[in-house]
Design a binder for this molecule. Structure first.
Ligand code: DAK
Length: 257
């Protein structure tokens, strides 16, 4: 296999980004994060791609930020490294992001999976925020996203006591969309991404924006935003085509405009 830190593939309309540091359990150093985000931005700008899958390998999705890189860092060095900028760029990706998780998804790896819009997990997946074991707390959204996903009580146990969630728990508590045998997780993630990629692109984009609003705003603001996005779609050709196709009893032909 190539020794590039991040591997890029396309499968139909699905862009796949694969973290490739297997010996370090795909720990996310600065170079990996930069390449991963650049690849996601490139797929986001590519009209031939409708959805993006982020993955690692069978043993690890990612075991966290690279501890070796952070161990001796001062506050100033951490701030100057400006990693938050990369995580913010990932948050700005408009196409659906699906994490295909097998093995370890810890610390920044769990945060990366949660920064995606959906998680397909293999039966071997293990999620956790074990930063407490190395004297820190999650720094890339883990305290917020995990709490929203699984609720306060369980999030407290995971973050304060380093408890891991196995794949079945992740599914039961709403962190993972589905769990499949390890031989199937990539195929399942790509199939899910392909199904979404074949839908009306503008509607998918605004639907993602609207669902994310639900996480980030109070109810009244979220509903107002949803209404704005809903009306906006009535200025698209895809809305006209989608409704006409329904009335004509034929599949719609999406143009993305
Ligand atoms: N960083 C660097 N190397 C890692 C690593 C990591 N996070 N995780 C594993 N490795 C390396 C190990 O050092 C080992 O390397 P060698 O000794 O072979 O050179 C190799 O991967 C295999 O690991 P193990 O020998 O430990 O394998 P085991 O199967 O025994 O254990 C494990 C697997 C996943 C339970 C264990 O490796 C482990 O506990 N890893 C550390 C997990 C962890 O603590 N993760 C959280 C890191 S802190 C932020 C953005 C992000 C973050 C914070 C801020 N901003 C934007 C502000 C995120 C922080 C974190 O993720």
């Amino acid at each position: 296999m190539s020794d590039a830190l991040v591997l890029i593939e396309t499968h139909g309309r699905v862009g796949v980004i694969r973290i490739n540091r297997p010996k370090q359990l795909n720990a996310l150093n600065g170079a990996v994060m930069r390449m991963l985000v650049d690849a996601a931005l490139a797929f986001d700008a590519d009209a031939a791609v409708g959805a993006i899958v982020i993955t690692g390998d069978e043993r690890a999705f990612a075991a966290g930020a690279d501890i070796k890189e952070m161990a001796a860092a001062s506050v100033v060095e951490m701030l100057q490294a400006n990693r938050i900028e990369l995580w913010d760029a990932l948050r700005g990706i408009k196409k659906p992001l699906i994490a295909a998780v097998s093995g370890w998804a810890l610390g920044g790896g769990c945060e990366l999976a949660m920064a995606c819009d959906m998680i397909v997990a293999s039966e071997t997946a293990r999620f956790g925020q074990p930063e407490i074991n190395i004297g820190i707390i999650p720094g890339a959204g883990g305290t917020q996203r995990l709490t929203r996903a699984v609720g306060k009580a369980l999030a407290m146990e995971v973050i304060l006591n380093g408890r891991f969630l196995d794949a079945a728990e992740a599914e039961r508590f709403g962190l993972a969309n589905r769990v499949v045998p390890v031989e199937q997780y990539m195929r399942t993630a790509i199939e899910l991404a392909q199904q979404i990629a074949e839908r009306a692109p503008l509607a998918v984009r605004l639907a993602k924006e609207a669902v994310n609003q639900a996480q980030e705003s109070v109810l009244a603001e979220g509903i107002a935003d949803e209404r704005r996005l809903f009306y906006m779609l009535f200025s698209t050709e895809d809305q006209k085509e989608g409704m006409q196709a329904f009335l004509d009893k034929r599949p719609a032909r999406w143009q993305g405009r």
